[in-house]
Write a protein that binds this ligand. Structure first.
Ligand code: SME
Length: 158
């Protein structure tokens, strides 16, 4: 299997549309969740040129860092804290155009300027964690990212 990603599109929507079938192919023959989550982080980070892409999962009432790509990050986030903990508490996708304007934002890197956090649910529709994506530019994320990142999450058997 070829592991290289090929993205030719110049628009964000076009890039996601090229990337998603490749992500699907990448994970379709592998049953191990951690292996697939690792590759999904790499595919999103390098395919979409994001600054940081990673998963946090609920463990003992905290979000704990899972597979990610990018600079080192904080390992534990409490419910209601930061963008991730707020997404958990409100049970909703949170798009932050400017992290400095989000009260309580947890800065893992001063280079991160905007962010999107999407809740993850298991097959029983229980909240189990979040996908967090950071950008070095302001206002990177919108409903296009929400739609396609949710599509990526829909490919994964949690
Ligand atoms: N900024 C996040 C913390 C995780 S890092 O961005 C990797 C937050 O406020 O929850």
């Amino acid at each position: 299997m070829a592991e290289d990603l090929l993205i030719n599109a110049t628009t964000k929507e076009g890039k996601y549309k090229e990337l998603i079938p490749q992500v699907k192919a990448l994970i379709s023959h592998e049953a191990d969740l951690i292996a697939n989550l690792g590759n999904i982080c790499a595919a999103l980070k390098f395919g979409m040129n994001f600054f940081w892409v990673g998963f946090y999962f609920v463990k003992n009432d905290e979000l704990v860092l899972g597979p990610f790509q990018g600079p080192v990050a904080c390992t534990r986030i409490k419910k209601g804290k930061g963008v991730c903990g707020t997404s958990w508490q409100k049970n909703e996708v949170i798009i932050v155009p400017d992290v400095e304007k989000f009260e309580g934002h947890i800065a893992c890197s001063s280079l991160s300027k905007s962010e999107i956090v999407l809740p993850i649910y298991n097959s029983k529709n229980e909240f189990i964690g979040v996908l967090d994506v950071d950008s070095e530019a302001l206002a990177t994320f919108d409903e296009v990212d929400e739609k396609f990142l949710n599509e990526v999450l829909g490919l994964i058997k949690f």
